[in-house]
Design a protein around this ligand. Structure first.
Ligand SMILES: Nc1ncnc2c1ncn2[C@@H]1O[C@H](COP(=O)(O)OP(=O)(O)OP(=O)(O)O)[C@@H](O)[C@H]1O
Length: 352
C-alpha cells in the first residue's frame, strides 16, 4: 500500500531575499513531509533558515520556488479567501508571544474568533475550555503585563488553538523561557499532540527540546536540510557533523571530551579511548564484564549517559580500554560486532 501523503509537504523550496543589492539564499532546495500526528522538529543554529522555512507552510513567507501542499491543498494556487480559510487550520506560536498588551487574556484568545460566526456565549464557552486546557482559567481577566513568560506563552497557545487547527507551528516558542518553564510548555505541546491529535512543527536550536517531544527531526544548516530521520536514529546514529554536535551537547559528552582534552588528563590516560552509542537493551555493565571475561581487557568508564527517548533506552559511554595490545584490538572488534556504534577517539590528534 502506498504510504499516505503527509499533512504538510514542502517540495524543493527555495526562498531568496534581496537585501541592499545582495542575494540571500535563506532556504535552498528543502523538501519535508510531515505526517499527521507527527511532532516534527527542525533544529539548526541562528540564521540557518528555520523560521523562513516554517513560515512557508502557511505562506507568511512565499517561496521563490517549490510547492507547498497542506492537507492535500496546493497553497500557492488558492484564492485569497481560500488561503485565509486554510491558514485558520495552522496555528502559530512565537518566541516573543506576540500578545496584544491592551487586551486581557480572555480578549487575546477571543481575538481570532471575531470572524468565526460563533455567538458571544459560544465564544465564551470555547475560550473557557481553551484557558482550562492551558491551565489559565483563573487568569482570564489579567493583562499580559501581569503574567510570567510561561503564562504568556500559554495564552499564545490558547489563542493559536482558537480556530481548532490541525497543525501548530512553534517558532522558538521556548527560547525566551527558563529550563523548568520550557519543560512545562513542551509538556503542554506534547499533550495537545496526544490528546487533540494536533500535528506540531517545532523549530529550535536546542536538542533537549527536540528530545522531549519530537518523533521526527530535521537538521538545517546554511539554508539546506542536511539530515532527517526519526528521533531515535538521529539521536543514536547521527551522520552529519552538525547533528553530532547537537547530540553531543545534549548528552554532555561534548563537554566531557573538551574537559579531558583541556585539563591535560588526556596525557595521563592510558589505553585506547572508545565512545559507544547504543539504542535498546545493551547496558553498560554486561559490556564491561564481557570485555574482561573474554579478553582480560579492562574498561575504565570515564562517562556514561543513559536516557529514555520514546520509551527506548538510548545510551552513550566513554571508556579507556587497557590490556595487551592484541587483546584490546580483539575487544574492539568484538564491540564492533555488537549492535552498538563504536568510535575510537584520538583526543591528541583531534585537538581543537
Ligand atoms: N525578510 C528578510 N529579508 C532579508 N533577509 C532575510 C529576511 N528574513 C530572513 N532573512 C535572512 O535569511 C536567513 C535565514 O533566516 P531565518 O530567520 O530563517 O533563520 P533561523 O534559522 O530561523 O534563525 P533564527 O533562529 O535566528 O531566527 C538569515 O541570513 C536572515 O538574515
Amino acid at each position: 500500500m502506498a504510504e499516505q501523503n503527509g499533512i504538510i509537504q514542502l517540495k524543493k523550496i527555495d526562498v531568496t531575499f534581496q537585501n541592499e543589492g545582495k542575494t540571500i539564499e535563506a532556504v535552498k532546495d528543502v523538501s519535508i513531509d510531515v505526517k499527521k500526528g507527527d511532532v516534527f522538529g527542525v533544529i539548526g543554529y541562528s540564521g540557518a533558515g528555520k523560521s523562513t522555512l516554517v513560515r512557508v507552510i502557511n505562506l507568511l513567507q512565499k517561496p521563490t520556488a517549490g510547492t507547498v501542499i497542506v492537507n492535500g491543498q496546493n497553497m500557492l494556487e488558492l484564492s485569497q479567501k481560500d488561503l485565509r480559510t486554510a491558514r485558520r487550520n495552522i496555528g502559530m506560536i512565537f518566541q516573543h508571544f506576540n500578545l496584544m498588551n491592551s487586551l486581557t487574556v480572555y480578549g487575546n484568545v477571543d481575538f481570532p474568533l471575531r470572524d468565526s460566526g460563533l455567538s458571544k456565549a459560544e465564544r465564551k464557552q470555547k475560550i473557557d475550555k481553551l484557558l482550562d486546557i492551558v491551565g489559565l482559567s483563573d487568569r482570564a481577566n489579567n493583562y499580559p503585563s501581569q503574567l510570567s513568560g510561561g503564562q504568556k506563552q500559554r495564552v499564545a497557545i490558547a489563542r493559536a488553538l482558537a480556530n481548532d487547527p490541525e497543525i501548530l507551528i512553534s517558532d522558538e516558542a521556548t527560547s525566551a523561557l527558563d529550563p523548568k518553564t520550557t519543560t512545562e510548555i513542551l509538556d503542554l505541546l506534547g499533550r495537545l499532540n496526544k490528546e487533540l491529535g494536533i500535528t506540531i512543527v517545532i523549530i529550535t536550536h536546542e536538542m533537549d527540546a527536540i528530545k522531549q517531544i519530537c518523533n521526527r527531526v530535521s537538521v538545517m544548516e546554511n539554508g539546506r536540510l542536511i539530515e532527517e530521520g526519526d528521533l531515535l536514529s538521529i539521536f543514536g546514529n547521527p551522520k552529519e557533523q552538525l547533528t553530532k554536535d547537537f547530540v553531543n551537547t545534549s548528552t554532555h559528552i561534548g563537554s566531557v571530551l573538551d574537559e579531558i582534552r583541556d585539563s591535560g588528563i588526556v596525557d595521563k590516560l592510558s589505553g585506547r579511548l572508545i565512545e559507544l552509542n547504543y539504542i535498546g537493551d545493551s547496558t553498560n555493565e554486561p559490556i564491561v564484564v564481557e570485555l574482561y571475561k573474554r579478553f582480560q581487557v579492562e574498561a575504565n568508564i570515564l562517562f556514561s549517559n543513559i536516557e529514555r527517548l520514546q520509551n527506548t533506552t538510548v545510551g552513550i559511554m566513554l571508556f579507556a580500554l587497557t590490556g595487551d595490545d592484541d587483546k584490546v584490538e580483539e575487544a574492539i572488534k568484538y564491540l564492533n560486532s555488537l549492535k552498538v556504534n563504536v568510535k575510537e577517539i584520538d583526543l591528541k590528534k583531534e585537538g581543537k
